[in-house]
Design a protein around this ligand. Structure first.
Ligand SMILES: [Zn+2]
Length: 198
């Protein structure tokens, strides 16, 4: 089922993800719907906050990326072909930046429509997470996969890519951000909030 993608200005995007304790059919369904929604929107990743949930959960799929096979990746001490892992579901993820080398690259976000901007991030990360069965894994990733993991993990911490942009980059996109914030208040969430406040 396709889910509505929440937009910048909606408060859920600033909420920290709550740890998942039930690895049940409902969680599987949610993850499957998130993958479907990510694919339908041509996204490389999607976090629970972006579909209105505060679970500590995100999904990633980079199988469309021609460079995928070259991206450094180690899962539980092995080097599996990355395309076989995609799409990946990360439950209760904890991310640690691994190297000091910082790379600047342009990012987009499904919660920001067409707005894009440069973000500087580390090029290698370590992610401890659980899969949909609750089994624990350790993923060490580099390159674009490391970037997507950082972007999605940030979402689960209530952090958005604009928080990591330089003041100059932000200044250039601020008029469009303002528009998004305004529209969000008029959106379905604002209506619901107004109704529940009555
Ligand atoms: Zn995003």
């Amino acid at each position: 089922m396709l889910l509505r993608v929440t937009k910048y200005g909606e408060s859920i995007l600033r909420k920290k993800g709550q740890p998942v304790s039930s690895f049940d059919a409902e969680l599987r369904r949610l993850a499957a719907d998130m993958v479907e929604t990510m694919h339908a929107n041509d996204g490389a990743g999607l976090a629970a906050q972006q579909i209105g949930s505060d679970k500590l959960l995100f999904v990633v799929d980079l199988s469309w990326n021609e460079e995928l096979a070259k991206m450094p990746c180690e899962l539980d001490g092995r080097r599996p072909p990355l395309h076989l892992l995609m799409p990946m579901v990360f439950v209760n993820a904890e991310l640690t930046p691994l190297r000091g080398r910082m790379i600047e690259a342009e990012e987009g976000c499904l919660s920001f429509n067409e707005i894009r901007g440069d973000v500087t991030r580390v090029d290698h990360v370590r992610v401890e997470y659980q899969d949909l069965d609750g089994a624990k894994h350790v993923l060490i990733a580099g390159d674009w996969l490391a970037r997507v993991l950082q972007h999605e993990y940030d979402h689960t911490q209530g952090v958005l890519f604009i928080d990591r942009m330089t003041p100059d980059t932000l200044r250039a996109i601020e008029p469009r951000l303002k528009k998004l914030r305004k529209n969000a208040r008029k959106g379905p969430c604002a209506v619901e909030a107004a109704e529940s406040a009555e």
